[in-house]
Design a protein around this ligand. Structure first.
Ligand SMILES: Nc1nc2c(c(=O)[nH]1)N[C@H]1C(S)=C(S)[C@@H](COP(=O)(O)O)O[C@H]1N2
Ligand SMILES: [Mo]
Length: 372
């Protein structure tokens, strides 16, 4: 009962909090700690899939601890470890370095978690922990070049300012990348998002953006970069694994699995979100992405009958690709699905690909509609 007691002490719910948060996956009801996380970390409304780029207020947000309040004027980035010369750089100095802009679709590794049965207990994402932005900043490889990476370097560790406790372990949010990923030309230290200043919730004044990797790699509120000569074993590095059970060593989560989502057609019912579509011609549309290879095809299923969608030109790199398909909506209840394939041959599963922490759930998106 300790968990119930602790939670009640830290909140002011007017109603009784009688549902303990289980330690592992559950078939039980959503618990207050999950509600609390869901209210802090918002997803991207699916109608935002109509746009190539997601406005910062619509882009999903995930923050493990608190959003730091940082002043770009006094902030410095430290670069050190296995380098020829350590650097300490102000924001003003960083902005004078050569910049790049990279279109990137970010997706949280836990996207789709709450649709799994049993449900792993953490941030209870449904489908929409995704967004695409143009990230502008300095290529990480340029800065590492200035510092001079020593030959014995194995990984690069990125540490954010934000601190907290997870799994009982006090920590700052920190993740590493293998050196060959860190030296990719499209990995960026970003200070702008969609041409605007980086917003507080997305890592102001500086964050890492790792195209193609699930979101946890893109460390926000970056305070230091350390080149290391042995694999990093920090809490967040270890935490992201595809595991069968709590004791399974599993495999690390890295690149984004192929996925597509559909703009829900018609209009929603307020409370259930069930869709109502007028009869006749409807242009179904959505976006597809993969961090493992280029998206090569999207199929749309109507009541189990699959047809190929039209793919638009890619925005480049690791950004999503628009797809459309015309549909003649006949009166009645229908189930619409979309399924993407990438050039590694990977395609989205029809059934859940369950794992202990609910990572990388790229199951086919299903939308139920009623045509009047
Ligand atoms: N410093 C720091 N960086 C972080 C996180 C965090 O909690 N702290 N969350 C990570 C996770 S799990 C994700 S999915 C992405 C979310 O990025 P966004 O909020 O800009 O969409 O940030 C990553 N970077
Ligand atoms: Mo995430």
């Amino acid at each position: 009962m300790a968990q119930i007691h602790d939670f009640q002490q830290s909140t002011q719910y007017p109603w009784p909090v009688g549902v303990p948060a289980p330690a592992g996956p559950t078939d039980g009801p959503l618990t207050p700690p999950e509600l609390q996380l869901a209210a802090r970390n918002h997803a991207m409304p699916l109608e935002a899939l109509r746009r190539d780029f997601t406005a910062p207020g619509l882009h999903y947000v995930l923050t493990h601890f608190d959003i730091p309040d940082l002043d770009a004027a006094t902030w410095h980035l430290q670069v050190g470890g296995a380098v020829e010369r350590s650097l300490e750089i102000s924001m003003a100095a960083l902005r004078k370095e050569p910049g790049i802009t990279v279109p990137v679709t970010l997706e949280c590794a836990g996207n789709g978690r709450s649709l799994l049965a049993p449900r792993p207990v953490s941030q209870p994402w449904v489908l929409e922990a995704v967004g695409t932005a143009n990230w502008t900043g300095v290529p990480l490889s340029h800065l590492l070049g200035k510092a001079g990476v020593l030959p014995q370097a194995v990984e690069v560790v990125f540490t954010g300012v934000d601190a907290g406790i997870q799994g009982g372990v006090p920590q700052k949010f920190a993740r590493s990348l293998p050196i060959h990923e860190a030296m990719r030309p499209d990995v960026v230290l970003a200070y702008a998002m969609n041409d605007g200043d980086l917003p507080p919730q997305h890592g102001h004044p500086l964050r890492l953006v790792v195209p193609g990797w699930y979101g946890m790699a893109s460390v926000k509120w970056l305070e230091s970069i350390e080149v290391v000569t042995a694999p990093f074993a920090g809490y967040q590095q270890d935490a992201y694994r595809y595991q069968d059970s709590a004791d399974d060593a599993g495999t690390p989560v890295s690149r984004i699995r192929v996925r597509s989502l559909m703009v829900p057609p018609g209009v929603p019912d307020f409370f259930t979100r069930h869709r109502v579509v007028p009869r006749g011609q409807v242009l179904l549309e959505g976006r597809a992405w993969s961090g493992q290879g280029a998206v090569t095809g999207v199929e749309v299923g109507v009541d189990g009958q699959w047809m190929p969608a039209q793919l638009e030109k890619s925005l480049g790199g690791y950004a999503w690709r628009k797809w459309t398909v015309p549909w003649t909506a006949d009166p009645g209840e229908h189930v619409l699905c979309c399924r993407a394939t990438d050039d590694t041959g990977a395609t989205q599963p029809l059934e859940q690909n369950w794992n202990y922490q609910g990572m990388g759930n790229n199951m086919v998106h299903r939308v139920s509609v009623r045509v009047d």
